[in-house]
Structures are given as structure tokens and as C-alpha cells.
Write a protein that binds this ligand. Structure first.
Ligand code: ATP
Ligand code: MG
Length: 582
């Protein structure tokens, strides 16, 4: 059976927790070095995770979280959760709440809960300080003019005609910007650095813009808002963040990060960049994820097809597996797109060890055992998890009529089809050998019932005469079955790179029209009445499933987390010449 492919490989979770075999991580080495050389004196290692509350966290954020919290933990350091809430137009309390829930679910807790908006007053004071030092000025150019003055990678920029305003005029204008005297977009505050710098971020970057918008925390108190680059490093500095780790796209911003800290003479937080996590068939741009939600291509941020932590959780992915895959990948300075099968492989590995087994038939076909006593019910003992004897056993009812999968019967079997067909004998898992005898068809000619006989001597699934059968199929007693809806998910996109579209196309063109299949009439063994929302199970021979929150007392809904087939193990086998143990 498929489980064999789920045996541990070199990259399994246990290894990643063993310091001797864990993947190299230059961030860990850097932190250790800084502690050794007392780069920050006797200050403890302090990190922060800085999400912008403009969407839900996704699997890429899980990497940043594991790095920020995990590496600090390893050296007895501390991690703040800081919301980078400098853009009131796109930020909402819903996101603030969801982000906290997801971090806790991943298994981390913060030292302090902080908001960049808590520092608005301090940031404003520092802006005045830079103006007084002749290092910032108010610019009246329009956004378009600023863009034109900025130059290109090959051409230097041009100074704004407002660049040499006096300190007094700059202070006056900034104060009046703050008071709300000017309309949105009419003026900005800029750092006075170098319009000819080869780094475009250093060409007099905007520090403040005017925006009459209501902020989710400060309300209408402010109508000027700091830009990310002006807020981030100083927020780090205020919190005495020693190691400010972020993804590689911020590398070009590091000189500016330093410039503000150096010119303000404040605590010298150090930014260090690492590779962004991405997977094939997966989109991690919050803007595009928001579009999927708003335009209803998915049911919400927690749709089980979404790469968000809330979507993965609802789908049945576990925090243990997500942490394990992220840890196994370590950190580097090169962005690589990982195969989505790697994530699936870690998830199967985790569930294979933990998920209780159950029998469920997704597309039922009735099987009548003609020589079984009509009113008899037997209970067969079944292991809850063959991988974990401590999970115990349970009693599953067996009777004359059972459901089997439609797929497990063929009236005319193709070559190498070893499951049930007329005259063939198979094993009903943990129960009896049965032989198909005849079928009942509906008016359209579809098989709606299979009649068979059983061998009473084969109870438990083995025949005393040593007779072999080629196939074992699962079943659910019809009289005892629960009905359920099952939701079968496939990849949300049809292409490994969802953004791969011809000129003028959209990532939406690559949406997989078959990413969700809903089956309404699955039959489940009765023990599943006790399952709790979010609990994971392995439906034997079918896949990993978990109970969806849409379930009610009268209706069970199960999400398929993953089918059993481990395509990663297969890929690994073909690429490494069968190196993985199985
Ligand atoms: P956007 O999609 O708008 O670029 P974002 O995903 O970068 O947004 P933030 O809230 O700014 O969102 O990210 C918070 C932190 O998570 C940052 O430190 C960022 O570097 C990190 N991060 C975001 N995406 C990834 C990713 N794919 N891999 C690793 N780290 C990431
Ligand atoms: Mg970003």
C-alpha cells in the first residue's frame, strides 16, 4: 500500500530537530558570531516578526516566523510581534487578529505585541531632527514629477527645485502637513541623501506622505503617514532589535535602513536578508490572494486551496509539518522555487504517524453478501493506527450489506485489474473473503448493486487453507453507515508558475477549474460520529481527511487534505535512483 512511500527520508522532521544534521543556516551562524563578539554588548538577541496587517499569513510567512522566533529561541533571545501598520488604506483589525491566531497555531508566542503606529509620535520627532540637521526637506513636486526626477538605473536623478528650502520653512511646512492644512498628495517629506546614488532607494526617498485616512488604531489623529522605509528600521531600533531578518527583496533597502539609523544616532539594529520561500503551483502575493478572495474565486482567506496558514489548517495541514518543511530548507541568499510535493511529503509523513485510520467510501456501490445471515451483525477489531500501537483498536460493525467504492468493482475488468469483478475473490479488509457472483443494473445499464458470497472460514481476512487473494478493499456496513459530504481539493493553479501567462494574460487564466470536487454521499464507519472539527484521519486507501467547520450536528463535511499517493517519494526515487528508504 501507499504508506510504504511515506517512510522517513533524509529530510524528515526528526532530523531537522537534531542540531548535528540540521541544514546549514547562515543566519544562525551570524547570530552566534555576534553573540560571541558581543556586537550588541550584553543585550540579549532580540528579533521581530513584522507583518503588514493587509492580508492573512501564508506559507512564506511561516518561514520568516520560524526564522525570527526559532533562531531567537535557540539562543535565549526574544521576539516581538510588530504590526507594520503604516498604510491605513489597506489595513484592518480582521488581519491583526488572524495573524496573531496563526502565529500561535504555528507554535510561537511573542515577547511584546507592538505596532509601528505606536511610534508615530517618535518618528515625527525624528523627522524634525533630520530637518534641523539639513537632512530632510518638504517637496511640492507631484508624485509623477518625483518619478521623472528620479532617473533610472543608468541615469542619475535630478534635484528637486524644493531641495534647498531653509530649515525653518521645512519645519513650518511639515507641521502644517501634520495639522491637515494640505490635501492628499500635495507634498511629501523626503530624506536629503543623493539624487545620483547608484541605489535608487537612496535618491532622496519619501519619508512621509499626506493621507487623510482613518487608521485602524490611531483613528483620525494623523493625516501624514511614514513610508515603510522610514518606519521599519526606527521601529526596530526603538525595540532594540539586534537582528532584523527579512526576505531578500529588502536587500537594496539596507543602505537606507542604515542611513536613517546612523543619521539619527539611535540603537544600531542590523538588517539581514534571507531567501523567500515559494512553491510550485502556489501564489504568495498578498495582493493576488486578496483578489482571489474579493472576486470570489475561493470561499475566503481560509479556503482550503489557499496557501494561507488558515487555509492550510482548514485543509488539515499541521503546524508540525509546516515547521518541519520550513526548517529542513534552512536559509540561504538565493531564491528557489520548491516543489509543492515536498510540502505534501512532509505532511503525509506527519499524518502517517499520527492520524487515526477509518474506513470511508467516497463513491458508494452496494454489495450484498447473499449467504450472510440477514439479521446478523459482527464486530471486527481494527487497529486505529498500524504505525502507532498505542493508538489502540476499535470495533467496526459488519453486516450482510456493505458499501464499497465504485472503483473497486469492474463488470468487465481491464488487464491487471485485481479488485472485484464477477467470479473474482477479494478480501474485505479485516473481515472476509468474498467472491462476486452477479450484478443489478439500473435502466441506464449502470451497475447499482453487486451480489457476492463470502467464505465464513476467512473471518479476520485470512483463509485457513492458505488461499491467496490479490486485492483487499475497504467497506462500510450499510446499516451502520454515516453519510457525509467530502470535498476533494486539487491544485489551485494548472501551471507550476501561476504567473506564467502570455502577454496581456492574467494569473487568473491559470486557475484550475477542477480544483474542488464535492461528493455528497460518502459512507463512513460509525466511529466517525465522534470526530472533532480540525481532527485529521486517514480514510484507508483513500487519503487524509479532516472535519471541516462547516459540519453541523446533522451534516458531516470532510476536507481531503491529501490523497495517499506520495508523488514526492516518486520524484525522489526517479531523481536519486531509488535512494530513499521504502
Ligand atoms: P507582499 O505580498 O505585499 O510583498 P509580504 O508577504 O512581504 O507582502 P509582509 O507582511 O511585509 O508581507 O511580510 C512580513 C515578513 O514576512 C517580512 O519580514 C517578509 O520579509 C517576510 N516574508 C514575506 N513573504 C515571505 C516569503 N515568501 N518567504 C519568506 N519570508 C517572507
Ligand atoms: Mg513584502
Amino acid at each position: 500500500m501507499t504508506n510504504a512511500g511515506e517512510s522517513k527520508t533524509a529530510m524528515s522532521s526528526a532530523d531537522s530537530e537534531n542540531p548535528e544534521t540540521r541544514p546549514s543556516n547562515f543566519l544562525r551562524d551570524q547570530i552566534a558570531e555576534d553573540v560571541r563578539t558581543k556586537k550588541f554588548g550584553d543585550a540579549v538577541v532580540q528579533t521581530r516578526f513584522p507583518p503588514e496587517p493587509n492580508g492573512y499569513l501564508h506559507i512564506g510567512h511561516a518561514k520568516a516566523i520560524c526564522i525570527d522566533f526559532g533562531l531567537a529561541d535557540e539562543v535565549g533571545g526574544k521576539t516581538n510581534l510588530r504590526f507594520d501598520d503604516t498604510n491605513p488604506e489597506k489595513e484592518e483589525q480582521e488581519y491583526v487578529d488572524a495573524i496573531q491566531k496563526d502565529i500561535r497555531w504555528l507554535g510561537f508566542d511573542w515577547e511584546r505585541l507592538c505596532f509601528a503606529s505606536d511610534y508615530f509620535a517618535q518618528l515625527y520627532e525624528w523627522a524634525l531632527q533630520l530637518i534641523k540637521a539639513g537632512k530632510a526637506y518638504v517637496d511640492d513636486l507631484t508624485a509623477e514629477e518625483i518619478r521623472q526626477h528620479r532617473g533610472t538605473l543608468t541615469e542619475p536623478g535630478k534635484d528637486s527645485p524644493y531641495r534647498d528650502r531653509s530649515v525653518e520653512e521645512n519645519i513650518d511646512l511639515l507641521q502644517r502637513m501634520k495639522k491637515g492644512e494640505f490635501p492628499d498628495g500635495s507634498r511629501v517629506l523626503r530624506a536629503k541623501i543623493d539624487m545620483a546614488s547608484p541605489n535608487l532607494n537612496m535618491r532622496d526617498p519619501v519619508m512621509y506622505r499626506i493621507l487623510h485616512a482613518t487608521h485602524h488604531r490611531t483613528g483620525d489623529e494623523w493625516c501624514i503617514y511614514p513610508m515603510y522605509d522610514y518606519a521599519h528600521g526606527q521601529s526596530d531600533s526603538i525595540e532594540h532589535v539586534t537582528h532584523s531578518m527579512c526576505s531578500l527583496e529588502f536587500a537594496d533597502h539596507q543602505p537606507l535602513y542604515r542611513w536613517f539609523i546612523d543619521n539619527l544616532g539611535i540603537f544600531p539594529s542590523q538588517q539581514i536578508e534571507f531567501d523567500r520561500l515559494n512553491f510550485t503551483y502556489t501564489l504568495l502575493s498578498k495582493r493576488k490572494l486578496l483578489q482571489l478572495v474579493q472576486e470570489r474565486y475561493v470561499s475566503g482567506w481560509d479556503d482550503p486551496r489557499m496557501p494561507t496558514l488558515s487555509g492550510l489548517r482548514r485543509r488539515g495541514f499541521t503546524s508540525e509539518a509546516i515547521r518541519a518543511v520550513v526548517t529542513s530548507l534552512g536559509a540561504s541568499r538565493t531564491n528557489v522555487v520548491q516543489d509543492i510535493e515536498l510540502l505534501e511529503h512532509f505532511q503525509r509523513d506527519d499524518l502517517n504517524h499520527r492520524a487515526r485510520r477509518a474506513m470511508a467510501v467516497l463513491r458508494p456501490l452496494k454489495l450484498v453478501i447473499d449467504n450472510y445471515p440477514p439479521d446478523q451483525v459482527e464486530f471486527v477489531e481494527v487497529a486505529n493506527n498500524p504505525e502507532d500501537p498505542s493508538a489502540g483498536t476499535r470495533q467496526v460493525p459488519f453486516s450482510r450489506e456493505v458499501y464499497i467504492e465504485q472503483d473497486d468493482f469492474r463488470e468487465v475488468p481491464p488487464p491487471k485489474y485485481y479488485r472485484l469483478s464477477p467470479g473474482k475473490e477479494v478480501r474485505l479488509r479485516n473481515a472476509y473473503f468474498i467472491t462476486a457472483q452477479s450484478v443489478v443494473k439500473d435502466a441506464a445499464g449502470n451497475v447499482v448493486e453487486v451480489h457476492c458470497t463470502y467464505d465464513p472460514a476467512s473471518r479476520g481476512g485470512n483463509s485457513p487453507d492458505g488461499r491467496k487473494v490479490k486485492s483487499t478493499i475497504h467497506w462500510v456496513s450499510a446499516a451502520h453507515a454515516l453519510s457525509a459530504e467530502t470535498r476533494l481539493y486539487d491544485k489551485l493553479f494548472t501551471k507550476p508558475d501561476p504567473g506564467d501567462v502570455p502577454e496581456g494574460g492574467s494569473f487568473l487564466d491559470n486557475l484550475n477549474p477542477k480544483s474542488l470536487e464535492v461528493l455528497t454521499d460518502a459512507k463512513l464507519e460509525p466511529s466517525l460520529a465522534e470526530v472533532k472539527v480540525g481532527e485529521s484521519l486517514q480514510f484507508e486507501r483513500v487519503g487524509y481527511f479532516c472535519l471541516d467547520p462547516d459540519s453541523t450536528g446533522s451534516k458531516l463535511v470532510f476536507n481531503r487534505t491529501l490523497p495517499l499517493k506520495d508523488s514526492w517519494a516518486k520524484i525522489e526515487k526517479t531523481t536519486s535512483g531509488g535512494g530513499a528508504a521504502r
